[in-house]
Design a protein around this ligand. Sequence first.
Ligand SMILES: Nc1ncnc2c1ncn2[C@@H]1O[C@H](COP(=O)(O)OP(=O)(O)OP(=O)(O)O)[C@@H](O)[C@H]1O
Length: 330
Amino acid sequence: MTTPVKAAIEVRALRKEFPVRDKGIFGPRGVKRAVDGLDLDVPRGRITGLLGLNGAGKTTTIKTVATLLRPTSGRVTVDGLDTVTDARAVRRRINLIAGGERMVYTRMTGRENLWYFGQLYDVPKKELRPRIDDLLALVGLTDVADTMVERYSRGMTQRLAIARGLVNRPAYLLLDEPTLGLDAPIARDLRRVVARLAEEGTGVLLTSHYLAEVEELCGHVYVISAGRHLAAGSPAELKAATGTHRTIRLTVTTPSPATAAVATRFGADLELLSTGAELITLRHPDDMAGPLAAAIVEAGGSIGGLEIAEASLEDAILALADGSREAATV
Ligand SMILES: Nc1ncnc2c1ncn2[C@@H]1O[C@H](COP(=O)(O)OP(=O)(O)OP(=O)(O)O)[C@@H](O)[C@H]1O
């Protein structure tokens, strides 16, 4: 009996080392371990985030999944196909969009680029023609479809690279900083496209420094540091696990020793503003705005303003990164 193949990208005990020379080409040879025993699951129909600080190993992982790098050890499979031994079959199922790299030809028009890449992926010509029109419309390049790419702006070239990444209707889309350098409306459109593709069943692996983007899109997030697993879960689970707090800012227009005593009792910080009012800042995992405001009023204070900032995924990642730095120095 054969075991059923899971429809997912599975990264198992992945390790990737690069040969390096620390002190120039005549220096001693060393090894840089960019990825160190990583396990990831990227199922279809979900956007999976891969987060970590600079140099954590995100791009190396994505390039390995994309068959551009061979694992030093461990294994990556796409719907059960090995990225080393079945690389051709894997490439038909995936596509990579990297924000920094354009990966399109400047001496061709936008339409010619998509035609060329579509043929590389063996998209039947009858399907390719209307698909190219749809993709050009999707990324807002219909008007310049027949203009040489060398005359495109940076943003236009990047939009073409996004269309190129979708030309084979990949089952899995690998997005390495896809909105880097894009204008806000184009970045928003791209996020909508990616969310729709995932709803329709595409598996997406996303790295982004824009954590608000990750929080908006990703159902599950892996956090890595120095090539190793640090944490995983939904953005809400990561925030809860790191005990990341929401912040309450309450302005007291008539501060007094009594209102200051209330602030101290709640463990809040106090700041005297130039207007004479006092700003009370409280970071707490629970919603303390009501009890704090009530206690201030009871102490004779009047409230000039109240702001509540929810904890962000960014706070959680920073807390995790701090934790891993502390652990490394222990
Ligand atoms: N070809 C290479 N040769 C030597 N070292 C490399 C090579 N590629 C990556 N590295 C090193 O491996 C580590 C991981 O790099 P990687 O680009 O995967 O990180 P990243 O998480 O994508 O970082 P960033 O957020 O800066 O893009 C870094 O220390 C990097 O310097």
